[in-house]
Design a protein around this ligand. Structure first.
Ligand code: ATP
Length: 551
């Protein structure tokens, strides 16, 4: 069959009449009419199809995207190429650059299409942002490019090329508001594979004023949402500033002590015995046995003094297995610890610590006013106050502090110790009376302090110990330590600790140790109170508390 051409029988032709048969009649008039109609219909359909095809070809020609190389998703960066093209920081853009083409990597903070021909993007790098716009123009920006740009998800990371232009009027929604970027190219470096839990703008809104810190339920939920999605939360201007300030506090601590002959040490966090105060240490498995996470570098830093280091400090994690669900406790925090030999009197250490804090406060105010201002927009607070004049820092004895509270109406019998509530009350009294948010309480009852605290030479119920306060909350605890092995063992026994259980520590003093003292500061507490963040978790990158081990 394949080779034989099919016999074509035009439908109009009739088969040849069979021999001897009667010749058929021709088609009727009606039949002819019908056929003509059908032919006309077929012709019209063919014409219509041809017209349609032509239209489609024209449309396709119009849709050729002349900007197709100027936008789109970039391939996964696996360091394939290195063009070494200069990339600029948004913060450096200024009206003098008018007309310059620049390249930058940024996040899409907001995106807004205006019709199909214009897209406004707010591009952000850390805390800096600039308005960028994309305008459809022949051979440069196509409609497809604008549509694609408008569809970019908020928080996507893009590589943008554009021409800097003086802004016709100051753009309030951007931090760099005197210029705008006229985009010529826009590529996606990293998009979102997940739903954004909240926008960075939302997370940056001012917190409603807080009266009492711990008991506002809905805020706790809000904070939890932030902490559960901390990576997005940390992108806010506030948090970028908070962690610059955290960095600054550590840096200032280091700088001050480095210039005073201190050596930075790194003590182990894994320990063989639950020392200091047994109840509050985390136990971890250690091969076939167990170990404990250090609740402070206390013992190690004192042993470094016994080893003739003279002056040491450490910045490191401190672990507390305390089920304290408060605004100021975490199970892991950063301790700023120091210890130093003293010549005559423990006030040498206390004064050095005071000098350290004054250095921190002054430097933060001088060098980080921009960051402080940024945080204040979200967490309005009165400026942190300290006494910087010749009268020096306010120093109260524990007894004087108790008297102030009694004068204010607190029953004396409630004041064997100053609890959190009374601490805050004292802070308010001191602020009103002495106009300072920073003060020292000296001479705590010995019973309230750890076994290694040196007793007062005249009154054995009192000790050579001090706490420092900011806005009515403790930020530092310190003291002269016992450097005499016999007295140390005696004090241990007095607190129910078997000296044999701490023989390595005790040995350091048996081998001779200079008189010494020191203190421990909580980094996040200082940060929280300086900025009045109201919750220590806000001052910690990824906070750890009894209910939170992640993220
Ligand atoms: P508090 O009485 O507030 O529980 P503490 O007396 O247990 O504190 P220390 O053991 O003396 O504190 O620790 C020294 C410093 O470390 C404190 O002044 C504080 O700044 C900080 N700090 C102590 N415990 C915590 C904690 N759980 N979370 C964060 N910081 C802490």
């Amino acid at each position: 069959m394949a080779d034989s051409a099919p016999v074509q029988n035009p439908p109009a032709e009739q088969p040849a009449p069979a021999q001897g048969a009667e010749a058929p009649k021709g088609p009727s008039k009606n039949e002819l009419k019908k056929r003509a109609k059908e032919e006309e219909k077929a012709r019209k359909a063919a014409e219509k199809a041809a017209r349609q095809a032509e239209l489609e070809a024209q449309k396709a020609a119009a849709e050729v995207d002349y900007a197709k190389d100027f936008y789109g998703k970039l391939p996964l960066n696996q360091s394939q190429t290195r063009e070494r093209r200069e990339r600029v920081q948004i913060a450096s853009l200024n009206p003098n650059m008018d007309g310059q083409t620049v390249l930058l990597r940024a996040r899409v903070q907001t995106s807004r299409a205006q019709g199909s021909k214009m897209v406004f993007l707010n591009l952000r790098q850390r805390t800096d942002s600039v308005q960028a716009l994309l305008t459809v123009a022949p051979e440069k920006v196509s409609k497809q490019m604008a549509k694609w740009a408008a569809s970019l998800q908020i928080e996507s990371i893009v590589l943008a090329e554009g021409v800097v232009r003086k802004a016709p009027e100051f753009i309030k929604s951007a931090t760099v508001g005197d210029v705008e970027l006229h985009l010529t190219k826009l590529y996606l470096i990293s998009g979102l594979d997940s739903i954004l839990p909240f926008t960075v703008d939302d997370a940056n809104r001012p917190e409603p004023p807080e009266t009492e810190v711990e008991d506002v339920q809905f805020k706790r939920v809000l904070l939890d949402t932030r902490l559960n999605n901390r990576v997005v939360d940390l992108r806010t201007q506030t948090n970028q500033a908070v962690f610059k300030l955290q960095h600054a506090i550590g840096q200032l601590f280091r700088e001050y002590l480095d210039s005073r002959g201190f050596t930075e040490i790194h003590s182990p966090k894994l320990q063989g015995a639950a020392t200091e105060s047994g109840a509050s240490v985390f136990q971890v498995s250690y091969f076939k046995g167990k170990a404990f996470l250090a609740q402070s570098p206390q013992l190690a830093k004192q042993m470094a003094i016994a080893a003739d280091f003279e002056r040491v400090y450490e910045i490191g994690p401190v672990f507390r297995a305390e089920d304290s669900n408060t605004h100021r406790h975490m199970t892991e925090f950063i301790g700023l610890d120091l210890e130093m030999a003293i010549e005559e009197h423990y006030h040498e250490v206390m004064e050095l610590l005071d000098g350290l804090f004054l250095h921190m406060f002054r430097s933060l105010k001088e060098k980080y006013s921009k960051e402080i201002e940024t945080v204040r927009k979200q967490f309005p607070a009165e400026e942190f106050k300290w006494r910087d004049g010749p009268e020096g820092t306010l120093k109260l004895s524990f007894k004087e502090a108790v008297d102030l509270l009694v004068e204010d109406g607190v029953p004396r019998e409630d004041l064997d110790d100053i609890d959190t509530v009374n601490e805050k009350r004292l802070g308010r009294i001191v602020r009103a009376k002495y106009d300072t948010d920073y003060f020292i309480i000296d001479k705590f009852p010995l019973a309230l302090r750890p076994f290694y605290t040196m007793p007062d030479p005249e009154d054995p119920t009192v000790s050579n110990s001090y706490d420092f306060f900011m806005r009515g909350e403790e930020i530092l605890s310190g003291a002269q330590r016992i450097h005499d092995a016999k007295l140390l063992a005696e004090q241990m026994r007095g607190k129910g600790i078997d000296p044999a259980s701490m023989s390595y520590y005790l040995e350091a003093f048996k081998l001779g140790c200079p008189p010494h003292g020191g203190g421990g500061i909580g980094l996040e507490r200082v940060l929280m109170l300086f900025l009045k963040l109201n919750n220590i978790r806000r001052a910690s990158l990824f906070p750890r508390d009894p209910k939170r081990l992640e993220p």
